[in-house]
Design a binder for this molecule. Structure first.
Ligand code: NAD
Ligand code: TYD
Length: 360
């Protein structure tokens, strides 16, 4: 039986991954979820697994060496899946330091504690113990705006935002551990995720939430930036497949084959909301394209991201399965059924963040 240490499991992708893993493996795995519960971490995301006997939550900061070493000392961890990070580009532009702290220093602590727990006296590592570092395609920088190029595992790193620079640094640390110690790890670089439990600071849940309350839909710059959207459950499946079937020490890019301009995304959300809302729902009248508002562009805004997920398909047999038209419906339905979740996460600090971020 594998025992997983999942970091950042109370966040968007981490909580979806934990749900996916229990759905797939049931009682045949154990999961220890280590999360500091920042503004982005929410234990409500894990309500339906919290009473499982093979699940445990530990509130700890990944930069806290003693706390992380204590988890390795008390649990027989043989799998680490490292999600915990500061994850929002706009916040990184306003406050870069916490990104270095969590994403770089936190990853160094995770690597060091796993190495200390797994290393044998001869410098090799316990058999079948593996660390998977979850990263982003944003480390590769920005692509030209003409469909001609894609990110591959061999694309040189060229991060622009403080967020992507901190993720690139954390990737380099993982590579350094693999090269120096033959530390058993993989790195995955993934494109933009969407789906249930995503915090409404990111484009898709922010637009859904604003539209349903008749608030302006802020589109940065000319709205023509391109992102490659991946349904979060497909990502969770890919992570599991890389960890179990991938070649150790390799990087795998995970993409959605689903490039869209931001303005297209906003229009699809409006159209899908109008289709899904019944005629007698008072929110329907609020959801119109008149809400679209072009606002000042993000500083250093990367123009286009797109992954060619050829390596993971060829070596591991993974492909994105959820078409955007289906994934966005599932996402919107989830938000309809979880109005309280949205109310809870948008109360308090979120109001302050929103007022400050979108004040212009
Ligand atoms: P998120 O912001 O929703 O969740 C991050 C989680 O990490 C939260 O639960 C938070 O409490 C926790 N955390 C933050 N700092 C911590 C610390 N110091 N110690 C312990 N826990 C801490 O992020 P997400 O969107 O779920 O992203 C997860 C990972 O996937 C990140 O590493 C991110 O860089 C990567 N990624 C995200 C996307 C995306 O589209 N969201 C795309 C590619 C890669
Ligand atoms: P985001 O969801 O923040 O992800 P990332 O910056 O990591 O790609 O943003 C996705 C795209 O949407 C990005 O090009 C910025 C843009 N965007 C807006 O136009 N308006 C918004 O309010 C937000 C949050 C993002």
């Amino acid at each position: 039986m594998h025992t997983y240490l999942v970091t950042g499991g109370a966040g968007f992708i981490g909580s979806n991954y934990i749900h996916y893993m229990f759905k797939k493996y049931g009682d045949d795995i154990r999961i220890i979820n280590v999360d500091a519960l920042t503004y982005a971490g929410n234990l409500e995301n894990l309500k339906d697994v919290e009473n499982r006997s093979n699940y445990k939550f530990v509130k700890a900061d990944i930069t806290d060496k003693e706390a992380i070493a204590a988890v390795f000392a008390s649990e027989d961890i043989d799998r680490v899946v490292h999600f915990a990070a500061e994850s929002h580009v706009d916040r990184s532009i306003r406050n870069p330091e916490v990104f270095v702290q969590t994403n770089v220093l936190g990853t160094a602590v995770m690597l060091n504690c796993a190495k200390a727990a797994w290393e044998l006296p001869d410098g090799t590592f316990k058999a079948d113990h593996k660390f998977l570092h979850v990263s982003t395609d944003e480390v590769y920088g920005s692509l030209p705006d003409d469909d001609s190029a894609f990110f591959y595992e061999t694309t040189p790193y060229a991060p622009h935002s403080p967020y992507s620079a901190s993720k690139a640094s954390s990737d380099m640390l993982v590579k350094a551990y693999m090269d120096t110690y033959k530390f058993p790890a993989n790195i995955t670089n993934c494109s933009n995720n969407y789906g249930p439990y995503q915090f409404p600071e990111k484009l898709i849940p922010l637009i859904i939430n604003n539209a349903l309350s008749g608030k302006k839909l802020p589109v940065y710059g000319d709205g023509l930036n391109v992102r490659d959207w991946l349904y979060v459950e497909d990502h969770a499946k890919a992570i599991d497949m890389v960890q179990e079937k991938g070649r150790l020490f390799e990087t795998y890019n995970i993409g959605g084959h689903n490039e869209k301009r931001n303005i297209e995304i906003v229009n699809i959300i409006i159209e899908t909301l109008r289709e899904e809302l019944s005629d007698d729902d008072p929110r329907k009248a609020l959801v119109t394209k008149d809400l679209i508002t072009y606002v000042e562009d993000r500083k250093g805004h990367d123009r286009r991201y797109a992954i060619a997920p050829d390596k993971i398909k060829k070596e591991i047999g993974w492909e994105p399965e959820t078409m955007f038209k289906d994934g966005i419906k599932l996402t919107i339905k989830w938000f309809f059924e979880h109005e309280d979740w949205m109310k809870n996460v948008t109360s308090g600090d979120y109001q302050k963040y929103y007022a400050d971020m979108y004040k212009a």
